[in-house]
Write a protein that binds this ligand. Structure first.
Ligand code: C5P
Length: 238
């Protein structure tokens, strides 16, 4: 499998585990990483994660934990027990929340000889613009806040951040190349529609800009023929 295709995560934004497993089967041999978010997890619970893991694929459990340090640390360890390969938490939960989570995950993984998942931080949701940040009470622009929160996450020891493809270079410049980025807001050239995404980048441009993972949903999951869409994606990325 091509190195870049290994780092494409398909978002399973569907209602049922059966629909999700249908997509996983259609992606067999081409995509090995799937995102389970709040919709599917709320509908089907942890079993859907176990079912995907049983097929030998990796799971990004996208539940964006944000709570007091003790609660987030324990929830993240439960995600590790489920077998999640990537888990995300909000950087705005603060330094101690991130630090304690990393410490608890490391302790659990060392004690149980399981491999450590990557913990990603949410900085500023791409749905929030400068005006909304101002209303919330954040000082500075989106760019300022993304840089600042990424640096805080880096200091707390998380592995990277979820960000817009337009922020890849800002994050890498602020935190170094080893600090990873995971970017949604991706639309391949063959996509018929941007759906509700506004500022998008093609998969190829995002990888060229240095992103570590891309997340893509509808251009694949809503395609008439998923196998064909994946073939086009592979051709485009190469
Ligand atoms: O279908 P689409 O490719 O737009 O799906 C993108 C996925 O990434 C969705 O699951 C969406 O919730 C998620 N996401 C996003 N923008 C963010 C964070 C997450 O699109 N800033």
């Amino acid at each position: 499998m091509d190195g870049r295709m290994n780092r494409v995560i398909v978002a399973l934004d569907v209602e049922t585990a059966d629909q999700a497993m249908g997509i996983v089967r259609a992606c067999n041999g081409v995509i090995s990483f799937f995102k389970v978010g709040k919709q599917l997890f709320t509908a089907e619970g942890p079993d859907v994660v176990r079912r995907i893991k049983e097929t030998g694929n990796r799971v990004f459990l996208d539940l964006k934990y944000h709570d007091i340090p003790n609660t987030v640390a324990h929830a993240t360890v439960e995600a590790v027990k489920l077998g999640a390969d990537i888990v995300d938490i909000h950087t705005s939960g603060g330094f101690e929340m991130m630090r304690k989570t990393m410490e608890s995950v490391e302790e659990y993984c060392a004690g149980h000889r399981v491999s450590k998942p990557e913990i990603f931080g949410i900085t500023i949701l791409t749905s929030l613009g400068d005006a909304e940040l101002d209303r919330i009470g954040y000082a500075g622009t989106t760019q300022d806040m993304v840089g600042r929160l990424a640096a805080l996450g880096h200091e707390a020891g998380i592995n990277g951040v979820v960000c817009s493809p337009l922020e890849i270079s800002l994050v890498k410049e602020t935190c170094g190349d080893g600090f990873k980025t995971l970017t949604p807001g991706i639309r391949p050239l063959f996509a018929q529609s941007l759906d509700d995404q506004k500022r998008v980048m093609t998969p190829r441009d995002a990888f060229d800009a240095g992103t570590d993972y891309i997340v893509m949903g509808r251009p694949i999951t809503k395609a008439q023929n998923i196998e064909e869409a994946l073939q086009k994606l592979e051709d485009e990325i190469r």
